[in-house]
Design a protein around this ligand. Structure first.
Ligand code: NAD
Length: 488
């Protein structure tokens, strides 16, 4: 259905500093109403070719600027986004379905901070130097930007994750062609409007909108794009790896997770319960770092479950633009159906759904009846082999199961193909260190969740990814190192 009252928002690609219309468009839905409200360019090879050409042409000048000059431009861009924070937050909420509160407090502030952070960190890298006095040689390393970086991002944290790639890529002196998710393209398009004012030269940042199969794959297969930074699903990453292999491209892959939370019987439940609710349901559970397997030690299992379910029921689902709402709409009708199907499968296997989907009724405001909403759902007594305990659901669904010993829970927590993030709750300091070291997970949070120092590596093990991002890691990924030896 089409929204009749409002004119459709029509996006254009941003190539060589100009907005250019496309010959074909994709409909984009407002997840909270089910209406088509925006049209996104359906770019393909031709548009990607033009963008790569522009990025290549801009590379010599941009890469020869000093880090300080680039840093000042990144800071200016951060200021401009921050100045429009409310407009960006409104747009992100409408386009993605996330609550306005989350967009205001997490997505857009983090997009601003991504630029500020890399504007600062780029000034502080040093290279290595060694001496071999016996042969009178000095060795040192030198780092240079690689060229045109292809950046592909998902729909869950649209501007947040796209800027987490654009900022380090251009801070290092690369030029970029970015392809946001076709489902959430609006804030990237809004950012393009600020680039000129920030002083980003034409062609340094190009944004091509469209689907993964057409626009994304054209970028991955382009011979003049030596580097691809991708955040998205493990399945897409496999395809990207195959497609880029003939070109020997450098890949950074940030993928899915099936993140465990381990709650020992000495955990401070007054901290653990509210944080674990957030780690399960924040952003509708559509965060790669969300926990969806909660292992609770037997002695406190029933108390935990009782309190957790009682609190989960208080999460308010509804119109994302209402600042009192905790859970907005899921990204699409298809995704909502997929998430719901997991709950049905769990029930069919004999698990107990304690609240949410299929158990409680969901009352929605009149304007949101066709939106893609779902109640926070807690499932208990799920077998470890169940698809609900093995596959990434990426919605407001979490499984709670009991365990007895430390060894047992580590084995079970590690018993999935993913290895992105884990959360450990215990007041025993020896235990948290011991358990953290044994978990197969790129990130381990103990007695907290989602607290990040961008200086340190971010990324997953196993099927959760290849490579890390962070101050030093992104710098290394977005530059090519050379070792130079001088005999004197
Ligand atoms: P997705 O893999 O479907 O899409 C991600 C991006 O890749 C989109 O821009 C899409 O258009 C593009 N794409 C799809 N097929 C492509 C192809 N063949 N070639 C090139 N590009 C292609 O993922 P999604 O559904 O948008 O996002 C959700 C997934 O992202 C979840 O699995 C989630 O865990 C993961 N994620 C990971 C992180 C992390 O940092 N590890 C962060 C956020 C999301």
């Amino acid at each position: 259905t089409m929204a009749h009252s409002e004119a459709l928002l029509v996006l254009e690609n941003f190539i060589a500093g100009k907005f250019v219309p496309c010959s074909a468009y994709i409909d984009s839905y407002n997840p909270s109403t089910g209406d088509v409200y925006c049209r996104v360019p359906d770019s393909g090879k031709e548009e990607v070719e033009a963008a790569v050409k522009a990025a290549k042409a801009a590379f010599p000048i941009w890469s020869s600027k000093s880090p300080l000059e680039r840093s000042q431009i990144l800071n200016k861009l951060a200021d401009l986004i921050e100045h429009d924070l409310e407009a960006f937050a409104q747009a992100e909420s409408k386009d993605q379905g996330k609550t306005i509160t989350f967009a205001r407090t997490v997505d857009i502030p983090r997009a601003v901070y991504n630029f500020r952070f890399f504007a600062s960190s780029i000034l502080h890298h040093t290279t290595e130097c060694t001496e071999m006095t016996s042969v009178r040689c000095v060795h040192y390393t030198s780092r240079a930007p690689v060229g045109v970086a292809g950046l592909i991002s998902p729909w869950n944290l649209p501007l947040y994750l796209l800027t987490w790639k654009i900022a380090p890529a251009i801070a290092c002196g690369n030029t970029v062609v970015a392809k946001p998710s076709e489902m959430t393209s609006v804030t990237a398009w809004m950012m393009c409007k600020l680039l000129e004012k920030a002083g980003v030269p034409h062609g340094v940042v190009n944004v091509v909108f469209g689907t993964g199969a057409k626009a994304g794959e054209a970028l991955v297969c382009h011979p003049d794009v030596p580097l691809i930074s991708f955040t998205g699903s493990t399945l897409t990453a496999q395809r990207i790896t195959e497609k880029s292999a003939p070109h020997c491209k450098r890949l950074s892959l940030e993928l899915g997770g099936k993140n465990p939370a381990i709650v020992f019987d000495d955990a401070d439940l007054s901290q653990c319960i509210p944080t674990t609710l957030r780690s399960s349901f924040a952003n509708q559970g559509e965060i790669c770092l969300c926990t969806s397997r909660i292992f609770v030690q037997r002695g406190i299992y029933s108390e935990f479950l009782k309190r957790f379910v009682a609190e989960a029921k208080k999460w308010k689902v509804g119109n994302p633009s209402d600042p009192t709402v905790d859970v907005g709409a899921l990204i699409s009708k298809e995704h909502l159906e997929k998430v719901r199907s997991y709950v049905k499968k769990a029930q069919a296997e004999g698990a107990r759904v304690l609240c949410g989907e299929g158990v409680d009724s969901l009352a929605l405001p009149t304007g949101n009846q066709k939106g893609y909403f779902m109640l926070p759902t807690v499932i208990a007594e799920v077998k470890d082999e169940s698809c609900c305990m093995q596959e990434e659901i990426f919605g407001p669904v979490t499984c709670v199961v009991a365990f007895d010993t430390e060894d047992e829970v580590i084995g079970r927590a590690n018993g999935v193909k993913y290895g992105l993030a884990a959360t450990v709750w215990s007041s025993n300091v020896g235990r948290v260190h011991r358990v953290a070291r044994r978990l197969q997970s790129g990130l381990v949070w103990t007695n907290c969740w989602l607290i990040r120092d961008l200086n340190l590596p971010f990324g997953g093990m196993k099927a959760s990814g290849i490579g890390r991002e962070g101050a030093k890691d992104s710098y290394e990924f977005f530059t090519e190192v050379k070792t130079i030896t001088i005999k004197h």
